[in-house]
Design a protein around this ligand. Structure first.
Ligand SMILES: NC(=O)c1ccc[n+]([C@@H]2O[C@H](COP(=O)([O-])OP(=O)(O)OC[C@H]3O[C@@H](n4cnc5c(N)ncnc54)[C@H](O)[C@@H]3O)[C@@H](O)[C@H]2O)c1
Length: 328
């Protein structure tokens, strides 16, 4: 075996370490330059924005940016204690006291109805609704108190119900916007029209399916809202080093954490396309589109199928809406 003399092996060791650090720095630099940043300087004074899942990751960074622009930001969160702490930091940093926390658990029909009732009662206007909250349940199958599979409920059925319950306020405040945080991982899945509430499907697959459903939903929503002054667009934030990976089980979580630290973007970088869709005048005319790095992107042909989107919409109506709920 060929063994280096000690001074050489130390030199090679140092050189290797320097090369590794340099590679990571270069990767990080590339990631931050390749990430399209929202360039709009738009002031949001007088505008009200609701953002779900606002207390961590992409949602937190989006909230901070919108608060700095002067918006009234309603942080719709599950964990009130955690959200209140984050809210205070954001209000201080943004010098905006008009940031409030409201309780919303998207996995509970009752919580969604209570949240929407409070908003409709308290808020005179709603300019932007951002469906940001999301969860990825890797292995454990879970059914909610209402009998829905938890990932589909949180990521798709809940936002569908919430949109219906807030649509009159959005229309009253037009021009207004709905922004849906989907994912490029939609390409790995499909929705099952015959089994829309897939309680016995592999949970990891359902994250991808819920993101596919988010895109179908946005496209049909945009079509139905034409002429109302309310637009709906969706986006992929990039691969982001956020809490979404927290449920990856041991020992898989260790390489995932390392990969995320090196190769994924920061939550601040990940928030840019959401912010762009929420504020920028450049997207005034966009409706039913998919964005990435603050630019419009193409979709696969099957998720662009409007017949499929219309059919899925009707299934969701039957699954989650009451006859007395507003229809879009
Ligand atoms: N991180 C990524 O690489 C990535 C990639 C593509 C898309 N996304 C999407 O971005 C969005 C934001 O995720 P993130 O990466 O910031 O992760 P995150 O886990 O930091 O944020 C998700 C937020 O959703 C909230 N949430 C989860 N379940 C909820 C429920 N039942 N009711 C209310 N709130 C709930 C969480 O509390 C959290 O605040 C998600 O929709 C996610 O699917 C993330």
């Amino acid at each position: 075996m060929w063994i280096l003399e000690e001074p050489y092996s130390v030199t090679v060791g140092y050189a290797g370490a320097i090369l590794a650090v340099l590679s990571v720095v270069l990767i990080r630099l590339y990631l931050s330059f390749s990430c399209g940043a929202c360039t709009s300087k738009k002031d949001m004074n007088g505008k009200t924005v609701i953002i779900t899942g606002a207390n961590s990751g992409i949602g937190l960074e989006t909230t901070l940016d919108l608060a700095k622009r002067g918006a009234r930001v309603i942080m719709a969160c599950r964990n009130m204690l955690e959200a209140a702490k984050v809210r205070n930091t954001i209000a201080r940093e943004a010098k905006n006291d008009n940031v409030v926390v409201r309780k919303l658990d998207l996995s509970s029909v009752q919580s969604i109805r209570e949240f929407a009732a409070e908003i409709n009662w308290r808020e005179p206007r709603l300019d932007v609704l951002i469906h940001n909250a999301g969860m990825a349940n890797t292995f454990s199958k879970k059914v909610t108190e209402d009998g829905f599979e938890v990932t589909m409920m949180t990521n798709m059925f809940g936002p569908f119900l919430l949109t219906h319950l807030l649509i009159d306020l959005l229309k009253k405040s037009a021009p207004s916007r709905i922004v849906v945080v989907a994912s490029e991982l939609y390409r790995l899945a499909n929705v099952n029209m015959n089994k829309p509430n897939p309680v016995n499907t592999l949970p990891a697959y359902l994250y991808y399916a819920s993101k596919y459903a988010n895109i179908l939903f946005t496209r049909e929503l945009a079509q139905r809202l034409q002429g109302t002054g309310v637009s709906a667009n969706c986006l992929h934030p990039g691969m982001i080093d956020s809490g979404i990976w927290r449920d990856v089980p041991f020992p898989l979580n260790i390489p995932v954490k390392i990969i995320a630290k090196i190769f994924f973007k920061t939550p601040e970088e990940g928030a840019q396309t959401t912010i762009h869709l929420a504020v920028s005048d450049e997207v005034n005319e966009a409706n039913g589109k998919y964005f990435m790095d603050c630019r419009e992107h193409g979709l696969s042909s099957d998720v662009s199928d409007m017949g499929k989107a219309a059919k899925y919409w009707e299934i969701l109506e039957g699954l989650i809406l009451k006859p007395s709920d507003p229809r879009i």
